[in-house]
Design a protein around this ligand. Structure first.
Ligand code: TMP
Length: 206
């Protein structure tokens, strides 16, 4: 691989994507790939301050303010981490990215999806995920996995999270080549088997 690639991990809170993304990092490194694991919001530096505001600010937050904060974090992340790593031939494994904004602020909060897509494109420029996993799990199971200590986004309620789940499935329908849905109701090992199958197909197509 001359140029690297960019793989994103998406899904509702409690879907298990962080665990799977770390297993994928280890799997790829065992094959000798150079892998950078990162996340949104809050990969490093300024982004960590934005994450703190987004997840723990306890006053009112206007939906478009929320959207712009996620987008601001993304613009910083793309410029300072993702773009340089992909251009240096690395594989970037990213826990959440543009599809989170469409699923959460678009389908979840009800903001205009066309506008959010445009704003996403401003924040990311010419970098787009080559492959995206959506870990799909019933909202009831996901909320149980999250537990009682919920942050601002996790506390948004059952109806909100159902809309987010629906949003992800719509995104996957619209972009079936890039976005692959994995049934995440299963245990970690089975979910990883399914993830590896898709990943291996993707790697053999590079
Ligand atoms: P995390 O807990 O998976 O790191 O994600 C942080 C929370 O932020 C999670 O509830 C999803 C939410 N989120 C959005 O609402 N929009 C976004 O664009 C991103 C990246 C995350």
């Amino acid at each position: 691989m001359k140029k690297g690639c960019f793989i994103t991990f998406e899904g509702a809170d409690g879907c298990g994507k962080t665990t799977q993304s770390k297993l994928v990092q280890e799997y790829l490194e065992n094959f000798g790939y150079e892998v950078i694991w990162t996340r949104e919001p809050g990969a490093k530096g300024l982004g960590q301050n934005i994450r703190e505001l987004l997840l723990h600010y306890d006053g009112e937050v206007a939906p478009m303010c929320e959207a712009f904060l996620f987008l601001a974090d993304r613009a910083q992340h793309i410029e300072h981490l993702i773009k340089p790593a992909v251009n240096a031939g690395k594989i970037v494994v990213c826990d959440r990215h543009t599809d989170s904004t469409i699923a959460y602020q678009g389908y979840g909060r009800g903001e205009d999806i066309k506008q959010l897509k445009y704003l996403n494109s401003l924040a990311t420029g010419d970098i787009k995920p080559d492959l995206t996993f959506v870990f799909d799990v019933s909202t009831e199971v996901a909320q149980k996995r999250v537990g009682d200590e919920k942050d601002r986004m996790e506390s948004a309620g059952m109806e909100f999270h159902k809309k987010v789940r629906y949003g992800y499935l719509e995104i996957a329908k619209q972009e079936p080549d890039r976005v692959k849905v994995i049934d995440a109701n299963n245990g970690i090992d089975k979910v990883f088997e399914d993830t590896k199958r898709v990943l291996n197909n993707f790697l053999s197509s590079l």
